[in-house]
Design a protein around this ligand. Sequence first.
Ligand code: HSE
Length: 300
Amino acid sequence: MKSVIIKTPATTANLGPGFDCLGIALDLWNELKVTEGDFSIEIEGEGVNQIPLDSRNLIVTGLEAVFNYIGKKPKKYSYICNNKIPFSRGLGSSSAAIVSGLLAGSVLSGANLDKETLVNLASEIEGHPDNVAPAIYGGFTIGLKEQNKWIIDEVSISKEVNAILFIPNFYIDTHQSRSNLPENISRSDVIYNIARVALLINSFNKQSFNLLNIATKDKIHQPYRSGNIPGYQSIVKGAIKGGANGVYISGSGPTIVAITRGKEVTVRYEMAEAARLSQVEGESIIVPISDTGAFIDSYE
Ligand code: HSE
């Protein structure tokens, strides 16, 4: 194989209390074409002036990780990216880069790795599985590490569920944001989160969302991050007023996600209106859930 095109979805992680464990794939895609030849990286769309165009690029990290894993030396490749996933906004742009590089490496090396191996490699690079797992499997995933192995389990999610995103016009660096979180949390905060994760998973399993607004609350990261998102409280209130079932900070932010089943247009409007009244610039969009993860679009 000399050339491959990979498509990889955006993802929304944490869902409130499921810090570093829970994530959902969204129907919003980056496309990557990798071709054997002189090294170059071209980017069109999101992140065009931010993403490094050298070996620091996470696509290259992903591709080389596959070659390292199988003990082969990678050839030289050119990379063409058509990005639709907003960059550094809490929608899994880094994970999409890692996963697309891994999948491209898997095809071009002939290794044809299974999802389990891909998710292990991706989680080791990223450090946590909450974005990379749904980017690989699609849908709603729970990810955790047990004895040096990443375990992924899938939660059923109805096609009627949509995510309404408010994407502010500024970037948040995940590493920086994580470094501001406390290392230790109290037992009462742990209990607060455990109970809500259980409630959240149960809500999806029962397809009953009347407690989702309580289930998406959290004490591990949102209280420390929400202050960095202007208008956060108003946008959350707007979403609930519009009929959202639950609202949370997507990953490390700044995107705010409302989960809805119905009333999508009203929720989108209320979030955008709350942002406008708070003088926060950004975009509010309705995005369906994707039940498929990254895939090989074509190869030659
Ligand atoms: N779980 C991660 C975090 C997601 O909240 O920092 C962002 O990569």
